[in-house]
Unconditional design. Structure first.
Length: 268
């Protein structure tokens, strides 16, 4: 549900067709799960070491340097007076390419590990109210769906993005530093936040997946799960950033193309 923070509790409950006292019916849970899938971030499909190494030699400038090293090595080999100094130039070029490949592979691995580390913030269990049971029940967090009525208390890790329905204690404080970078826990409430463009720090009536309850107890309705949560969006942005080339890489590609044209003209 978009902009749930700006809606009243009644509007959010009506959107999901759920009663805060009984929760979703088994049919609603099934339909929601078929539509949204399991409440878990997808695992990062890491590339093999060999694929990462080959990727480092896909850039045109790197291929030009590799070709230059091969040509230099052949010329040094067929020189009449073979000396060690004749092989210094191709050796240095190859050494630079190897170091560049190692650094590239290391950076790629770090990026993959950073994306995978986000899964560590996912809780294993959650407490929900559903029609098939009168009392609160503990279920696997991956089985929670949008529209579920969730109970959270001090010490719990929030299993999904939740719009607070009511606070069952004097105050509700949440540590959401992993998402917003705030150094202190934030006091939450259940009133609508009128600004539809509010940033996460200003959404005082929302609980975000992966954050921790520092104090208090509350009841809420799930409005987003898996990659649709705020932490899921961060995961997608990190994955997309890894595919985009930096301005420096783009400039190097342009330089490589121009250099290849100049070399072709010289050869002709």
């Amino acid at each position: 549900m978009e902009k749930a923070h700006s809606k009243t509790v009644e509007e959010v409950l009506a959107h999901f067709g759920v009663n805060e006292n009984t929760g979703l019916s088994p049919e609603q849970v099934k339909q929601s799960q078929e539509r949204w899938g399991f409440n878990e971030l997808p695992a990062e499909e890491g590339k093999s070491l060999w694929e990462l190494v080959l990727e480092q030699f896909e850039e045109l400038l790197v291929r030009i340097l590799l070709l230059a090293a091969c040509v230099s090595f052949v010329l040094a080999w067929f020189e009449d007076a073979k000396t060690i100094t004749a092989f210094v130039e191709p050796f240095v070029i190859l050494l630079i390419l190897i170091v560049n490949a190692l650094v590239g592979v290391w950076q790629e691995r770090n990026a993959e590990n950073a994306i995978e580390a986000l899964k560590e913030y996912e809780p294993e269990m959650g407490k929900v109210y559903r029609m098939d049971r009168k009392a609160v029940q503990r279920i696997k967090a991956r089985d929670i769906v949008p529209g579920d009525i969730v109970e959270i208390a001090v010490g719990d890790k929030v299993p999904a993005d939740i719009r607070i329905i009511s606070i069952k204690s004097t105050t509700l404080r949440v540590d959401q530093s992993i998402l917003t970078g705030e150094s202190v826990s934030v006091i939450k409430h259940s009133d609508p936040v009128p600004d539809p463009r509010a940033v996460n720090q200003d959404k005082k009536n929302m609980l975000f997946s992966g954050t921790n309850i520092a104090a208090g107890k509350a009841l809420g309705v799930v409005v987003a799960t898996a990659i649709n949560t705020e932490i899921g969006k961060i995961r997608n942005q990190m994955a997309a950033t890894g595919c985009e080339k930096t301005p420096l890489q783009q400039k190097l590609d342009e330089f490589g193309q121009q250099l290849s044209k100049v070399i072709s003209l010289i050869c002709v």
